[in-house]
Design a protein around this ligand. Structure first.
Ligand code: SF4
Length: 369
């Protein structure tokens, strides 16, 4: 079954590490953007009327920053035009300080049932440095509005002078707020972002220091029964993100809105990153795509392997063989032998040993032929 991703490219202000498609200075375009997004939803649904979708994910940007009527409209439009399963997982990304009780109730009224909150860290001084719009207290106020709901929290590691103890405290805060799922990402200093200067000046933690924090986080969460299921994602049993699991299984998904990527019928495409360009394309009944590729042969095989090996559960060899009409163990005998120290082959599945999952890139690259 497939997923639907909807991008909301607006935020209150820009975080110092952010290179996502989010435009705090273009909030005057919110209304016109959603009008165009609704049209894209309808058009893409027509294109894929033979498919069934089981998850919807509002990402950004900050979807909770815009008036709830726009999100409600998008959910209704999706429900009206796409074939959805009964009770789909519908996630919305939220930033503390952008929601109130009315907004949350409105989300719930249309079936939004998973809330992914950008906490990043529980330390106000670090939040300030990242130019986040909220404090740790705002996070708890936000989770207070979401009592009993399915909550996920994002945590960043690798911040200037950050220690494992601080990260553990941030995790404690997330758990106090009721999070049952955590995404723990290493800060990536992207060129052009303010934090890139900190990186150039050697102020951020080294890769080894980040890896040590990551190992400490994994151990800490595992003691609490919150297990890793993908390199950056941890959850109590049953609270894994269905939407993201579909990505790692190389499942199909339609991405709607600015900068959104899609993968349907072996075609991968990406929409324009510019709001004006996106809106203009939609208004003139053109596709807002800036790239489109058919993924086949070795590229498709590598994608399948790479995505599956990011997960704790690894790759089903049977699924691979069926999908590509090949014998994986024969076809990839060489990389399997070369990297056997890092791999587990059991029950017709290939996995990276848990202690090496964080450094999976080097191992996975061996399968790129
Ligand atoms: S809230 Fe997220 S999308 Fe918005 S500026 Fe910060 S990191 Fe970027």
């Amino acid at each position: 079954m497939a997923g639907i991703y909807i991008h909301v490219p607006f935020c209150k202000s820009k975080c110092s590490y952010c290179d996502f498609a989010s435009y705090p200075k273009e909030t005057s375009k919110i209304e016109s953007y959603f009008a165009c997004l609704y049209r894209e939803i309808e058009a893409r649904a027509k294109e894929f009327k033979d498919k069934t979708f089981s998850t919807v994910y509002f990402g950004g940007g900050t979807p909770s920053f815009v008036d709830e009527k726009f999100i409600l409209g998008a959910v209704r439009q999706v429900k009206k035009h796409f074939n959805l399963v009964y009770n789909p997982e519908i996630t919305i990304e939220i930033n503390p300080g952008t929601v109130n009780k009315e907004k949350i109730n409105a989300y719930k009224s249309v079936g939004i049932n998973r809330f992914s909150i950008g906490l990043q860290t529980g330390y106000d001084c670090q939040l300030k440095k990242l130019n986040r719009i909220h404090t740790a207290k705002d996070f708890l106020e936000c989770t207070n509005l979401l009592k009993g709901e399915n909550i996920s929290a994002d945590i960043l590691i690798g911040l200037e002078d950050q220690t494992l103890e601080q990260v553990k405290k941030s995790i404690d805060l997330a758990l106090t707020g009721g999070a049952k799922h955590l995404s723990v990402y290493a800060l990536t200093p992207e060129v052009g972002t303010p934090i890139y200067n900190d990186y150039l000046n050697g102020r951020l933690l080294s890769d080894d220091e980040v890896a040590d924090i990551y190992d400490g986080v994994r151990e800490y969460l595992s003691q609490k029964g919150i297990d890793r299921y993908e390199v950056s994602n941890f959850a109590l049993k049953g609270f894994e993100s269905k939407h993201n699991l579909n990505y790692w299984e190389r499942g199909e998904y339609v991405g709607l809105g600015v900068s959104a990527s899609s993968f349907m019928n072996n075609r991968r495409w990406t929409n324009s990153y510019k709001i004006d360009e996106y809106n203009t394309a939609i208004i003139f009944n053109k596709v807002p795509e800036i790239s489109s590729d058919i993924i086949e042969g070795k590229d498709a095989e590598f994608e399948f392997i790479m995505l599956a090996l990011r997960t704790e559960n690894g790759m089903s060899i049977e699924r691979f063989n069926k999908e590509f009409n090949l014998d994986f163990l024969k076809e990839y005998a060489e990389p399997l032998k070369k990297k056997q120290k890092y791999l587990i082959l059991e029950n017709n599945r290939l996995k990276i040993k848990p202690e090496y999952l964080y450094v999976q890139n080097d191992i996975i690259l061996e399968f790129m032929k």
